[in-house]
Write a protein that binds this ligand. Structure first.
Ligand code: AMP
Length: 395
């Protein structure tokens, strides 16, 4: 696996695909700069080698050229974080970009305008990718968040750099973390899968059964499994058409010697609201008119024991409706357990969807081994798929 450390960038221009798809407020100010901060080590390495950087990214989902999606809005933030002046090309391809890229001096940075102002980006257009390729000497992919897309800048462009392409630090770290869980994780290996629906996690569950010793299933998914086993789930969220599949998953787990842990009790509410009556009930006997919105105290205790017994932990999806304070306890408790296991030497990876938001919201970010930067890309990796952006560098 070629990383940025395999190259010396002295007098070279690095064409770096970063993920600067950051949230902006109404005044076009960056409200969360995590993604820019995450790309910093890669950019600094190139500059310190004596090279220059051409940064390319998308921002939002523009339809053609739309001023509000211009990457120019984020220049002050990038300059702030990197401490280097950022030049800007108002189109990501064409004469202006080419001249500015070829005029770059060591230590300088050029940011290209939003790639998605051109439809060819998402279409993975080869001619467009070739135009991008003219802007650098070495192609660096450091955008995990789009690595599952075969877009021009994430995948196709790599073919124009057969000998000069590599992963940036961020992408390399993502790949390493997934490998640590899925391939060479120290046993026992645990996956915690929560979130709303079974349907969005089926392929992940099926793939993961071959890799783990323990599987905790929590969140809204729980109730499809409970009802399938004859439990009364009241008004809890349930995918009736996935009940058979749930039983099949439990069977598969048994035959693969995977221990499945479901909640035994839940915090049930008589409405989907933070300010409503709640009670702790047995998960198999949720009264009519009530719905399970969080893991109960006994479940939390059980999960804690499982987490602490494991050496490798993957966490994807919250254990309850953590957006509402009264149903966040299970998710917070799980975060605490994983943080403690990590402090004791376990490797923990949090990734895919809402668990990342939960981990950030409740301050666990620095207490787990790695928090993935890519939702969809992480899910597809856990499903066992080869991501096109990664394959393009490896080929
Ligand atoms: P996902 O994107 O699949 O990780 O799902 C996350 C969502 O699942 C969050 O918005 C949670 O509020 C929701 N969720 C978790 N537990 C429950 C539950 N018991 N009932 C309904 N929604 C839930």
């Amino acid at each position: 696996m070629k990383t940025i450390d395999d190259f010396n960038f002295e007098n070279k221009r690095a064409l770096i695909r970063v993920d600067f798809n950051v949230p902006l407020n109404d005044s076009f100010e960056v409200t969360d700069a995590t993604r820019i901060i995450s790309a910093k080590p890669t950019i600094i390495k190139v500059l310190e080698d004596g090279g220059s950087c051409v940064l390319m990214s998308h921002l939002g989902r523009p339809k053609g050229v739309q001023e509000e999606f211009s990457l120019k809005h984020i220049i002050p933030k990038i300059e702030d974080i990197l401490g280097v002046e950022v030049k800007f090309a108002t189109d990501c391809v064409g004469e202006e970009a080419e001249t500015m890229a070829s005029d770059l001096q060591p230590g300088q940075i050029l940011l290209l305008e939003n790639l998605r102002f051109h439809d060819e980006e998402k279409q993975g257009d080869e001619a467009f990718a070739e135009k991008l390729s003219k802007l650098g000497d070495i192609y660096v992919n450091d955008a995990f968040g789009t690595a599952h897309r075969a877009h021009a800048s994430t995948t196709i462009v790599a073919k124009f750099f057969p000998e000069a392409k590599c992963f940036g630090y961020l992408l390399a770290k993502e790949i390493d973390s997934i490998k640590k869980v899925m391939e060479d994780g120290e046993k026992p290996v645990l996956a915690v899968l929560g979130g709303a629906k079974v349907s969005s996690k089926i392929t992940v569950i099926e793939n993961i059964l071959d890799k783990v010793d323990h599987l905790i299933i929590g969140g809204g998914m729980t109730f499809t499994f409970i009802k399938a086993q004859g439990g009364e789930i009241g008004d809890s969220i349930c995918e009736e058409d996935k009940m058979e599949l749930a039983l099949d998953i439990l069977e598969q787990a048994k035959s693969k010697n995977v221990q499945v842990h479901l909640p035994v009790d839940v915090v049930a509410a008589n409405a989907f609201s933070n300010d409503t009556e709640t009670q702790i009930v047995d998960v198999m006997h949720i009264p009519a008119g009530w719905q399970g919105l969080d893991a109960g105290p006994k479940s939390i205790e059980n999960f804690d024991k499982v987490v602490k017994a494991c050496k490798t932990i993957l966490w994807n999806g919250p254990l309850g409706v953590f957006e509402m304070e009264n149903f966040a306890k299970g998710t917070i408790a799980l975060g605490d357990s994983i943080a403690e296991a990590t402090a004791e030497g376990a490797f923990s990876l949090v990734g895919g969807g809402d668990s990342v938001a939960a981990v950030k919201q409740f301050g666990f970010e620095k207490k787990v081994s790695y928090v993935s930067t890519g939702g969809g890309a992480m899910l597809e990796s856990l499903e066992g798929k080869t991501l096109p952006g990664i394959a393009a560098i490896l080929s």
